[in-house]
Design a protein around this ligand. Structure first.
Ligand code: FEO
Length: 401
């Protein structure tokens, strides 16, 4: 036996893989702690495989799969989600087990054909369809846009396990502990929200609908395709998803600056000081040239106040700040207060672009924008302090005690 047997129940096995080599998820989001691709195998009268793994970790996956199958064939492959971090091994599975029947929905199969040229042995399911494999009866619920249009979840009525695709997933590998109560969850705290905000956050409404759909189920375990399997903290993870998908934020301010020579940074520091003097304790300042938007967006998901400052650059906005605001306009987080500031050397462009961003994102502006020429002077410092105080006052007005 090369691989430990990791069981969710008497006949369900975790056969996922850990990826510590890939630097960027979707070739964009940093993976300093790696990521796990979870796949599950059900050895019932009929054998069912739920999702697969990324192509890069396929070798050990297939080895593990065959070892646990011990000569049995796979009868059904359930594809809850077609993104290649989970469907990367589908082609190899079909090559190895050509009679496997593939379960998906009408949105799954065109992707299966398009990505992998697979169009045979397909069993389409609808919202609420069931499949009995012996001891187990599985029910399928369509959860479009959590995270792609074809995404669905599979409910094991027998063992009360929700195979939830990307939902409730986290960045970070599974370093020995596979279940939530086998890990120190502090490690996953930031990575859970970073995963949610970066990958699924755009689809808050659809996440709410999916949560409504599974609300009545007597869930004993949530088996996502990334991160720990939830069995001891199910109310916590459901609450977090309710909170994040309804854009509930905490008191705090994320200040992001784009600065070439330090003047805009100096302005950011001044604003932050004023906010601290007003009694706000959660203040984070990021240099947009240094910190990947992944982490900035993660903190914006947490804190209600956002203050963006940029220098001008070639008549427009400083390029790294442009990238951040494009990403924010794409994801469209809600329920934030905004203030903007910046500097210019001749014609401006930074603050002008941030003002357009403010119109698009529709967050509540708490103060008039401030733009200084060259560097802040004493009168500007006073205005910046006022801007910081305005943000702090707006946040404190939300306090209930
Ligand atoms: Fe983990 Fe949307 O794929």
């Amino acid at each position: 036996m090369l691989y430990p047997r990791i069981k969710l129940s008497e006949d369900i096995y975790w056969i996922g893989t850990n990826d510590r080599r890939t630097s960027l998820f979707e070739n964009y989001w940093p993976l300093p702690n790696g990521v796990a691709y979870n796949s599950y195998l059900v050895l019932d009268e009929k054998v069912t495989l739920l999702d697969t793994v990324s192509m890069g970790t396929m070798d050990s996956y297939l080895e593990k799969l065959k070892e646990i199958l011990n000569g049995r064939k796979i009868d059904y492959l359930v594809i809850n989600h077609m993104e290649p971090d989970h469907s990367g091994a589908v082609k190899a599975i079909v090559n190895e087990y050509p009679e496997v029947k593939i379960i998906g929905n009408t949105k799954t199969f065109p992707m299966l054909e398009g990505f992998y040229g697979i169009h045979d042995n397909l069993i389409p399911v609808e919202d609420g369809s069931t499949l009995t494999t012996g001891r187990h009866t599985f029910q399928f619920f369509l959860t479009p846009m959590v995270h792609w249009p074809e995404t669905m979840v599979t409910w094991d009525e027998t063992d009360k396990i929700l195979f939830s695709a990307d939902a409730f997933g986290s960045f970070g590998t599974l370093d020995g502990g596979i279940f939530d109560d086998e890990t120190n969850l502090e490690f996953y705290q930031e990575e859970l929200r970073r995963y949610y905000s970066n990958i699924v956050g755009k689809y808050g409404l659809q996440v709410q609908k999916a949560l409504d759909k599974v609300q009545g189920l007597d869930i004993k375990m949530i088996a996502s395709t990334h991160g720990p399997i939830w069995r001891s903290n199910i109310p916590m993870i459901l609450d977090l998803y309710r909170k994040w998908s309804s854009y509930q934020t905490e008191e705090g301010v994320v200040i992001v600056f784009g600065s070439m020579y330090g003047n805009t940074e100096k302005m950011a520091e001044t604003i932050a000081r004023a906010i601290a003097e007003e009694g706000i304790r959660n203040i984070r300042i990021f240099d947009v040239s240094k910190t990947h938007s992944s982490y900035i967006i993660n903190d914006i998901w947490k804190y209600r106040g956002v203050i963006l400052g940029s220098s001008a650059y070639n008549g427009g906005i400083f390029t790294p700040m442009r990238d951040l605001i494009l990403e924010l306009e794409h994801i469209m987080p809600k329920n934030h207060y905004l203030a903007i500031f910046g500097s210019m050397s001749w014609g401006g462009g930074g603050v002008r672009t941030l003002q357009k961003f403010a119109e698009n994102i529709k967050w509540e502006l708490v103060a008039e924008p401030i733009e200084v020429k060259h560097g802040p002077r004493p009168a500007d410092i006073e205005k910046l302090m006022e801007l910081g105080k305005a943000m702090a006052r707006r946040l404190k007005a939300d306090r209930t005690h």
